[in-house]
Every structure is written in C-alpha cells, then in structure tokens.
Design a protein around this ligand. Structure first.
Ligand SMILES: C=CC1=C(C)c2cc3[nH]c(cc4nc(cc5[nH]c(cc1n2)c(C)c5CCC(=O)O)C(CCC(=O)O)=C4C)c(C)c3C=C
Ligand SMILES: [Fe+2]
Length: 392
C-alpha cells in the first residue's frame, strides 16, 4: 500500500543502487553504465526579453535540479503527490522502485547561445556546431536541442520516469524535441564491467577509456583550465549520434568479412593480430601475401589513438530498436552512440571525419541523428542548481 509520505522511500531499496548526484563531476559520465538509457532533448519556448528568458531558464533549472536530486535518491518529484483534488507532483510509475543506479546528466546545446538569452559571450569555443560529416543523413527531428538529459538506470521505468517528469515540470517553458530509449549498454567504460556486445554481435568498449582512470579522464574527458569559459571547468562535452545499422545485410555477411570490418574476432573480441580480447593490436603486421592482417579500412585501425595523433574519447552508447523501417520492412535498429570528451573539435570531429571517409563499417551503418551538448560540472550541494555559473 501507500506509505502516505509521498516519498517512495522503502526499507527494501538497496543503498548500493544509488549513484551520488552531488560532487565535482556529473554522474553518468565516469560512472559505470547501467543497462538502460532514456535520453531526451528539450527546446525552450520562451518569448520575452533576454532578461526575462534568463529568469525563466534559471527557475526551470532550479526546479529540474531539485527533482533530479530527489529522483536519483529514489524519492518522488518534490511537491504534493497526495492531495486528492490536484494532480500528483510525481507521475508515479517509479513509486517504490529502487533508483537502480539512476544518473541524470544535464547539458546545454549550441542553440542556447543565440539571441534569446543574451548568453552569446558565455558560449565556449568548443561548443561550435558540429560540421557536416559525410556520409551522414541527419533527420532534423532527431537532432539538436537547447537542453539535453541523459538518464541511465538498470530499471527502464526509472530512466523513462526521469525524462518524462522533467518535461512535465518544464511545461510552459520547454517542450521535448526528441527522445531516444536505449538498452543493453553497447560499450563498457570500466574494468569491472564485462565488455558488452553491440547489435552486430561484437564486443564494444575493449579499448575504451576506463571511467575509474582519473589520469586519462583528466587528459581526455574533463574540461580543465584550457577552456575560455570557467563555468565549464570540470564538465565535459557530450556528442550523441543515432547510428542506424543495416542489420539484415550485416547478418548475411560472411563471418570472415564481419571480422575484417572491425579488425577483431567476433567471439573472443581479440584483434586479428592476437588471441585474447585485451591483446594490443599490431597494425604493422602483414600476412604471408604481404597484406595487413588488420585491413586498411578496419574500424579499429581508423579509430585507434595510435593512428590518429593520440585522440581518445569516452564512449558510453546504447543499442536501440524502434520497430521497422516502413520503406524496406527491415528492422530499424542500431547504436545510439554517446561520447564524452574535452573538446569535440579536437576529438569526435576529426575521428568521425576519418571514419566517414574510410571505415569499412560505412557499408552497414548511417548516422541519422545528432546532438552536441556542454555538460557543466556537477552541483556541489542542495543549495546549487545546474549551470548556475552560466546563469549567475
Ligand atoms: C567517431 C567515433 C566513433 C564512432 C561514430 C563509432 C561507431 C561505431 N563503433 C562500433 C563498434 C566498435 N567500435 C570499436 C572501437 C572504437 N570505436 C571508436 C570510435 C567510434 N566508433 C573508438 C575510438 C574505438 C577504439 C579504437 C581503439 O583504440 O582500438 C570496437 C572495437 C572494440 C573496442 O575497442 O571498443 C567496436 C566493435 C559500431 C558498431 C559503431 C557504429 C554503429
Ligand atoms: Fe567504434
């Protein structure tokens, strides 16, 4: 039954299923990826002066931050959920459930820095619109957004509940622009996690940055003193790409060819020049006929830091499926790629340019949605709100 406090706090909720919301860096980046994703972007619908619009945005972010802090604790959205003559403050579907490692990560898109809010001078240089990256085929209704929320949890209801309730709390100030559900995290980001497989059946995340490796996180993921915008120090840039897979063509491809596309063995995950998953690929190795063992167009050859001037990114993507493509009757499925980095102009963009031009995987994938968001550092405590230094 209902415990009457409207808080959903139950003794059975395991304490270890909570990820701290307050701290230095936002949760949902370095923290281990739970099984489910609910991602959404939102557009502000304000129409006042820049001062009025900033005030509306500030109020929204105060409300959102308090709600996110409560939800990650397994509590209901703040407000009255028990009065009989008003709609409950919380929609209720996650009531009584463990947060199941819920993280709610917030970001702002380049469009927030247009003339609506008078924030142009606070736009970080790294938050430049992504350039065209052929052979992409982006759908505007699956791209962009003023604000973004990445909710991750081991319980899909809890993850969806977060993006839904934030949309509801923002009614009148924001509308949801697009959303994406993901399942079966498609990349590991920590040594404690068994490397998961993507929908092409390959282990994904073998050579990812480990979120517990503080030195690499500082070097490649967390924004440091190099930024021109102090409000982003300790934050990170999120690039999201909805990447459709031609799964049915892939499933008809010979095993040898599938392995040549990635440059790895399908079952062990080992590079084609090794025998164990974590063996270092040998990009110089040649077979008896003088051909490179890891082909020139292999995904891992092109993506490896050894071959692109030392670039690394933190990948944190999820698999998705959305029914069928009506034109072909084929499964609509793929990878909702999410990557975090210090500066997308120096990491995601050059990497994707090279992959877009040469990757053997391009025969089987297409980028159809895109987003770039500046994720500020975490709020340090209950008296603070997301991006407070930006709106200050
Ligand atoms: C621009 C960055 C990348 C995109 C887009 C991308 C798409 C993509 N990747 C896979 C599957 C795998 N990727 C793997 C490794 C890998 N991928 C990237 C970058 C992008 N991938 C990097 C930087 C790396 C690491 C390379 C290295 O250092 O060796 C692997 C191998 C296992 C691993 O190391 O994670 C797989 C498998 C898919 C299916 C995909 C688009 C749908
Ligand atoms: Fe990849």
């Amino acid at each position: 039954g209902c415990d009457g406090d409207g808080n959903g706090s139950k003794a059975a909720t395991p304490v270890d299923a909570k990820v701290p919301f307050y701290g230095a860096h936002q949760a949902g980046i370095a923290t281990a990826a739970p099984a489910r994703l609910a991602f959404a972007t939102y557009d502000l619908t304000v129409s006042g002066s820049p001062e009025e619009n900033r005030a509306a945005l500030r109020e929204l972010l105060q409300t959102w931050t308090a709600a996110a802090a409560a939800m990650t604790e397994g509590k209901q959205v703040p407000g009255d959920s028990t009065t009989l003559v008003a709609p409950p403050a919380d929609t209720g579907e996650a009531y009584g459930a463990s947060p199941a490692n819920l993280t709610i990560t917030f970001g702002v898109g380049p469009s927030l820095f247009d003339d609506r809010f008078g924030l142009a001078a606070k736009r970080p240089a790294a938050l430049a619109d992504l350039p065209k990256l052929p052979p992409e085929n982006l759908d505007p209704s699956r791209s962009g957004g003023d604000l973004a929320i990445q909710a991750c949890s081991d319980d899909p209801v809890v993850a969806f509940h977060a993006i839904r309730n934030l949309a509801r709390l923002g009614r009148g100030t924001v509308v949801m622009r697009w959303s994406q559900l993901g399942f079966g995290k498609a990349t590991s980001n920590g040594s404690a996690q068994e490397t998961p497989r993507n929908l092409m059946g390959f282990k994904d995340g073998t050579r990812n940055i480990d979120g517990t490796d503080a030195q690499r996180m500082d070097q490649y993921v967390w924004v440091g003193n190099e930024t021109d915008q102090a409000w982003m120090r300790g934050g990170s840039y999120l690039v999201a790409r909805r990447i459709a897979m031609r799964i049915e063509a892939w499933d008809r491809d010979f095993l040898a060819d599938q392995q040549h596309v990635f440059g790895r063995y399908k079952y062990s995950g080992a590079p084609l020049t090794g025998s164990k998953e974590f063996d270092t690929p040998d990009f110089g190795a040649k077979d008896s006929s003088g051909q490179p063992v890891i082909p020139v167009g292999a995904h891992i050859r092109l993506a490896a830091h050894e071959n692109n001037g030392g670039i690394r990114i933190l990948r944190r993507g999820y698999s998705y499926t959305d029914g069928i493509v009506s034109a072909s009757g084929e499964l609509d499925a793929g990878l909702f790629f999410i990557a975090f980095q210090k500066d997308p102009r120096k990491q995601f963009v050059p990497l994707q340019r090279s992959l877009g031009a040469h990757d053997a995987l391009n025969e089987y994938i297409q980028h159809v949605g895109s987003g770039l968001f500046a994720c500020p550092p975490a709020v340090s405590g209950p008296d603070r709100y997301w991006a407070q230094e930006l709106l200050g």
